[in-house]
Structure formats: C-alpha cells, structure tokens
Design a protein around this ligand. Structure first.
Ligand code: AMP
Length: 192
C-alpha cells in the first residue's frame, strides 16, 4: 500500500487537487478536516467537542484525528493506498503515524508539499469562504490563528520529513489551478 501525505498550509489547494491525484492512482483521499466537519454536521458528541476548537482555528486533540485515521486504514479496502490531507499536523501526529504504519509493516511513501505565502493563504481562504461557506474561513481572527498554528505546529514537519528523505515540494503560490495540478501530478508520476 502507498501512504502519501498531501502537505501544506490552509488554502494551499490540498482539497482542490486531492481528487485528481486519488483518482489517477486509485488512492482513498482522507481529509481529517472533512471528517471533522461531517461529525459536526451529524451532530455527534465528537463533532460538538471539535467545533469550538475548529472555529477558533486551533487543532483538535491528536487522539481524535489519529482514531479517525486508524479506523480508515482498518476499514477501507479495494484501493492501492491512501492520500492523507490535513494529517499529520504536528510532530506528535507524525511520530504516531510512523508507529501506526510500522505496526502494519508499512511506512510513509512520500510527502507532497504544496507551498504558498501567508499573503496567498489569506486571499485563497477569503475566496473559498464565499464558495464553500465554512465558518472557519469567514473570520479574520480564525484565519490568523490557523496561520499561526501552521507555522508553530505544522511547519516543523518539513524538517522531520526532510530528515526521513521523503519530502517533495511544489510551489503553487501563483498560476492557475490547472497549471498547479499538472505540477503536482508530474511529481506524483516520479514516484510511480
Ligand atoms: P482543514 O479542513 O484541513 O483546513 O481542517 C479544518 C480544521 O480541522 C483545522 O483548522 C483544525 O481545527 C481541524 N483539524 C483538521 N485536521 C486536523 C489534525 N490533523 N489535527 C488537529 N486538528 C485538525
């Protein structure tokens, strides 16, 4: 099985490009953010607890997202691998993912990082707010906190995966969606 991590700050286009990648390589796209939003929409206890943290632009507890990831690995069949989007988001999650995969005799295949500037994060998220109606996209303070959370907690993963030798970066700061998707698919092709 292949285990790809689609990495990048909020608004980099992970969700925008995940579908095409997953389809081309028969991968299951797992977005922890989408799974959490589904829990909120379904009105579950987990969703209720996650909502205030998501609305504040903070991370939900590691155990919550790791449980979702493990249960997806256990239950989803008929694919050649997984495309993780929005997970891992801090060093503890990255280390736990390594352990989860090790137990299964597997390892992270590659990290595909979509890189954009902080200024582009703000423009993209504001554009998306009008289209997708996400509460955490509509509030300036939440966006600022998500950017801070990214730099403080998620960005250190770049060094973690560079040290592991499987970090690959694509600059998607400018250009059209089509152009950026072609760049990402070109990189994916180099792993095939
Ligand atoms: P996303 O859709 O990836 O932008 O995620 C939306 C929000 O869900 C984030 O701002 C976090 O509050 C929460 N979230 C998503 N993935 C994770 C994760 N791996 N760890 C902790 N919180 C997460």
């Amino acid at each position: 099985m292949k285990y790809y991590i689609l990495f990048g700050p909020p608004g980099a286009g992970k969700g925008t490009h995940a579908g095409a990648i997953a389809q081309k390589y028969n991968l299951k796209h797992i977005s922890t953010g989408e799974l959490l939003r589904a829990e909120i929409a379904a009105g579950t206890e987990l969703g209720r607890q996650a909502k205030s943290l998501i609305d504040a632009g903070s991370l939900v507890p590691d155990a919550v997202v790791e449980g979702m990831i493990e249960s997806a690995f256990d239950t989803i069949k008929g694919v050649d691998g997984f495309l993780l989007d929005g997970f891992p988001r801090n060093l503890a999650q990255a280390a736990d993912l390594d352990k989860i995969l090790e137990k299964r005799g597997e390892a992270v295949t590659a990290v595909v990082a979509l890189m954009i500037s902080d200024e582009t994060i703000r423009t993209r998220i504001k554009g998306r707010a009008a289209v997708e109606g996400r509460a955490d996209d509509a509030n300036d303070e939440t966006i600022s906190n998500r950017i801070r959370t990214y730099h403080a907690q998620t960005e250190p993963l770049i060094e973690y995966y560079k040290a592991a030798g499987n970090f690959h970066e694509v600059n998607v700061d400018g250009g059209t969606i089509e152009l950026n998707r072609a760049k990402v698919l070109d990189l994916m092709e180099s792993f095939a």
